[in-house]
Design a protein around this ligand. Structure first.
Ligand code: OXD
Ligand code: MN
Length: 594
């Protein structure tokens, strides 16, 4: 095994002895033909894109229409996160808790090493140093990912602060996440995404899908991050962060948790409707928030990521103009359709369906084809700084102070458009009991409602009961806690039509949320929480939206809620041994109010 000899790039081993020793140990295990030490430079980027094109991993797109953009097709069996193959490996099974797959660390490590042994023969090992969070942030964390996928390297370049900046942040320390990724033969039987939170280590084999292999994202920023957050007194959450600037120049910040593929990216990049002239939304992050109490007793948040790994289908100039501008350059498209002119298309694109193209599997496709041209979980990977609404505060090491937290699921029925928690522990209860219909972001039954506490069901790296306790305990360290809200953009009428237009119009909900935070409006007490009065809810310019529609959207049917509570009960029973009593009391109070 030699250091990469194909170019001047990739030849400089890391000077941090612990990082270099980890890479060498992984190379000894996986026996690649060469080791490529990434430094994150521009020259290296150009070299790696050329190399990925040469290998056929990426296809350059039409450089006039989509400058700097590339196209990738994954193995058709490898298109989403695989929750059934994702493990938390802790000494005690109860540390992983009943909502995670648990495995004994020694046995799992032996299994993984047997799979990875010699697994990079004939290939190049890329050693990627990366930083999650703005350089200099007290919350920022370093990871070293070792991978044999050049696609992973190029995606990590977009999604994280990759290269020297990470090694500089690390200095001489040994405090970094160790991550091994090995494609193997990409067979579902040999696909395992394993976390060793007690060792700050990740091993992912047998997949090339982003959520399984861009180890900084779900694996470090959420699963390992949530574990570290509990020990160190902070929160790692599946939340977007946005800034709302009012016409007088004041900025407020909101963090919002929605399950995967439920519109976090769209909400984070929202453009207010004409009615809100002078208002502006700024994107701090679209998927992950790391939050800790500041010296002022407020909750401060950073986005640990540097890019967006967004769902392509449904993205267009109406649903998300900022995303369309963001992905017009320097973007990697995965599993979308490829048009003859070297541009891309997906269901819900602005352009009409092409007369002919290649579908996400490379098969000829026409509008008469029965299957979709783009995979429902096809993705774009794009730099956050491309976003016209990118908030400069996203670069601030201290982050932004959060005024409101919003929880939301995708629910065709039962759940009103918006309501506010009575207090912090009621808000934690609302987050803990969130339900949502499953989407294509994970392998499973799309459309089935499941409890997805705080949108963290697939991402909480430890016992969910203890996670709720940690949330409740945070209150003691917050002199000025954010207010907590629950929203549902997806309620339908009896004919199956959406009752709420969503997208930019969600600004109206945001306005009510901020009016509540600033004490500008009252609210009505309901069984579920504080709800808006129609008079306080801005509907000006919202065509055809009247009091009756508002009431349908806000309707609360006690019978539907009692049915919903049965599935909350199921979750609570599952977590019984570690479930904080406060949440049981909150549930009893809700039952009493119903
Ligand atoms: C994502 C997800 O990719 O949640 O962000 O699956
Ligand atoms: Mn996500």
């Amino acid at each position: 095994m030699s250091t990469s000899s194909t170019s001047e790039f990739g030849t400089q081993p890391f000077t941090n002895p612990h990082a270099a020793a980890y890479v060498r140990a992984m190379a000894d295990l996986t026996t690649p033909d060469a080791v490529f030490w990434c430094d994150g430079s521009e020259g290296e980027r150009d070299f790696l894109y050329a190399e990925a094109v040469r290998q056929g991993v990426l296809l350059p797109l039409n450089q006039e229409k989509l400058p700097g953009c590339h196209y990738h097709r994954s193995n058709p069996n490898d298109v989403a996160r695989v929750e059934q193959s994702t493990f938390i490996c802790t000494e005690m099974a109860e540390d992983a808790g009943p909502t995670n797959n648990w495995a004994d660390p020694k046995a799992m490590r032996a299994r993984l090493h047997a799979l990875a042994r010699g697994g990079m023969k004939g290939r190049t090992l890329y050693a990627i140093p990366y930083l999650m969070g703005p350089p200099g942030s007290p919350l920022a964390k370093v990871g070293i990912e070792v991978t044999d996928s050049i696609y992973v390297v190029l995606n990590m370049r977009i999604m994280t602060r990759m290269g020297r900046v990470a090694l500089e942040h690390l200095g001489e320390a040994d405090d970094f996440n160790r991550g091994l990724h090995c494609l193997l033969d990409c067979h579902p039987d040999r696909r395992l995404i394993c976390h060793f939170p007690q060792d700050n280590e990740i091993v992912s084999v047998g997949s090339g899908y982003g959520g399984n292999v861009l180890l900084g994202k779900k694996c470090l920023a959420l699963r390992i991050g949530s574990y570290l957050g509990r020990r160190q007194g902070w929160l790692a959450e599946h939340m977007l962060i946005l800034g709302v600037e009012s016409p007088d120049g004041r900025k407020s910040y909101v963090a919002a948790a929605f399950p995967s593929a439920c519109g976090k990216t769209n909400f984070a990049m929202l453009i207010p409707p004409a009615r809100f002239a002078g208002w502006k939304i700024w994107t701090v992050g679209d998927d992950i928030a790391w939050m800790q109490p500041g010296p002022d007793g407020r909750l401060w948040a950073i986005n640990p990521e540097a890019g967006y790994f967004g769902v392509a289908p449904g993205t267009n100039a109406k649903t998300n103009p900022n995303a369309m501008a963001t992905i017009a350059r320097d973007t990697i498209y995965t599993n979308v359709a490829l048009k003859p002119d070297g541009t891309v298309w997906w269901e819900g694109h602005d352009d009409p369906a092409p007369a002919e193209c290649l579908d996400w599997q490379g098969r000829p496709w026409t509008p008469a084809s029965k299957e979709k041209a783009a995979h429902p979980n096809s993705r774009f990977t794009a730099p956050a700084t491309n976003n016209p609404a990118f908030a400069p505060e996203a670069l601030d090491p201290q982050g932004v102070p959060i005024d409101a937290i919003i929880f939301g699921g995708r629910r065709a029925g039962t759940v009103p458009l918006v309501f506010e928690a009575f207090n912090w522990s009621h808000g934690v209860f609302l987050g803990a009991t969130m339900g949502s219909e499953m989407t294509a972001a994970a392998a499973g039954t799309v459309g089935q409602v499941r409890r997805d506490p705080m949108a963290m069901l697939p991402f909480c790296g430890y016992n969910m009961g203890r996670y709720f306790r940690h949330w409740l305990d945070m209150r003691k360290r917050l002199a000025e806690p954010p207010r907590i809200f629950h929203v549902n953009w997806f309620r339908k009428d009896s004919e199956g039509r959406f009752l709420w237009p969503g997208f930019g119009e969600n600004m109206r909900v945001l306005k009510w949320v901020l009016d509540r935070c600033d004490g500008r409006v009252g609210a009505v007490e309901s069984s579920l929480g504080w709800v808006p009065r129609f008079e306080d809810f801005d509907t000006e310019g919202l065509e055809g939206f009247d009091r009756e529609t508002f009431e349908k959207l806000q309707r609360m049917d006690p019978d539907e809620w009692r049915r919903d509570l049965l599935s909350t009960d199921e979750l609570f029973m599952k977590l019984y041994t570690h479930l904080p009593k406060e949440l049981v009391f909150q549930q009893q109070l809700l039952v009493a109010r119903l």
